[in-house]
Design a protein around this ligand. Structure first.
Ligand SMILES: C[S@@+](CC[C@H](N)C(=O)[O-])C[C@H]1O[C@@H](n2cnc3c(N)ncnc32)[C@H](O)[C@@H]1O
Length: 292
């Protein structure tokens, strides 16, 4: 956390801004942990596996899984890399739809859960998505990364790997919580009494920040995962620098609705107007189209 990163466009040494330490649900204050991300996710694996289970959480099954599938434009038998696959829930979803799936994750524990929950035809690899040596000589019709880029510190090496892994004509689909409206601790719902509307307040957007998130069941310890907030331009810059061209963008609202009540109409409107997830598709640049 708060490690130095390169600002990709300028090459200057930049920094993720560290947000103020957060008081956890147990009323204690989180302090920075010096653990590697893989170790942190190893610790969170049991909790995450319980949350997601065999088939996925409510948001995953209602919004994210079908939306990402549609964007990937797959046909049966296509080879797909599920990047930062966690306990393999989307790998299973794709395998059930007759794709040949490889899942990759940096956490050994997550990979252990993935293997124990999945059919052996799915191949799982323990590797860091930022590592230029990861999965050498493998290529795919599609690479998908669900709700995980926001947990990875450096985007550019990941995007370069994605470019290396994609066959000509391949597609990269990434889904994140919406970087404009869903920034942990920096965005909130509010109620405007005069206009009778629910609005979204955004306190920070333009600077990159590393936000520690206490992860159950460790809310009373010093273990937490990190969410890296980046403005849209950071995603687009890394994709372009890696030789990937965005050809699709979708913004998905929550599928939920409020129970009937005084504010339910306003809440439902706000939920529809302010998307919860951003889904982006990128394809390799045509040879010869790279800018110098
Ligand atoms: C919120 S989980 C999402 C898992 C899965 N994609 C899903 O939708 O259920 C984030 C995952 O990113 C993985 N991760 C974090 N940093 C990584 C890295 N550098 N390389 C590969 N995986 C990473 C974590 O181990 C964790 O499994």
């Amino acid at each position: 956390m708060n490690r130095k990163v390169k600002t990709k466009k300028t090459g200057q040494s930049g920094k993720f801004k560290k947000t103020a330490p957060r008081t956890g649900r147990m009323g204690r204050t989180a302090k920075p942990a010096s653990k590697k991300p893989s170790a942190v996710w190893d610790q969170a694996a049991q909790w995450y596996d319980t949350l997601v289970g065999l088939k996925g959480s409510e948001y995953q099954t209602a919004v994210i899984f079908p939306g990402a599938l549609q964007l990937m434009q797959l046909k049966k038998g296509d080879r797909v890399l599920d990047l930062a696959c966690g306990q393999g829930v989307y790998s299973r979803y794709l395998s059930q739809r007759k794709m040949k799936v490889t899942g990759l994750d940096t956490s050994e524990e997550m990979i252990r859960f993935a293997q124990s929950r999945s059919d052996p035809t799915i191949h799982f690899e323990h590797a860091d998505a930022q590592d230029p040596q990861a999965l050498p000589d493998k290529t795919f019709d599609a690479v998908v990364c669900l709700l995980a880029l926001q947990n990875i510190e450096s985007l550019l090496p990941v995007m370069r790997n994605v470019k290396r892994w994609l066959k000509p004509g391949g597609r990269f689909v990434m889904v994140t919580t919406h970087p404009c409206f869903r920034i942990p601790r920096q965005t909130h719902w509010g109620w405007d009494e005069q206009k009778k509307i629910q609005y979204r307040r955004v306190d920070l957007y333009g600077s990159e920040s590393a936000i520690p998130i206490l992860t159950p069941p460790f809310v009373d310890s010093q273990s937490f995962t990190v969410t890296y907030h980046r403005p849209l331009q950071s995603y687009f810059q890394s994709l372009a620098e890696a030789g990937l061209c965005v050809d699709g963008l979708e913004e998905w609202p929550s599928h939920k609705t409020s129970d009937p009540g005084k504010r339910s109409k306003a809440e439902n409107r706000a939920r529809q107007e302010i998307p919860l997830f951003m889904a982006l598709r990128a394809v390799p640049n045509q040879p010869g189209s790279e800018t110098s």
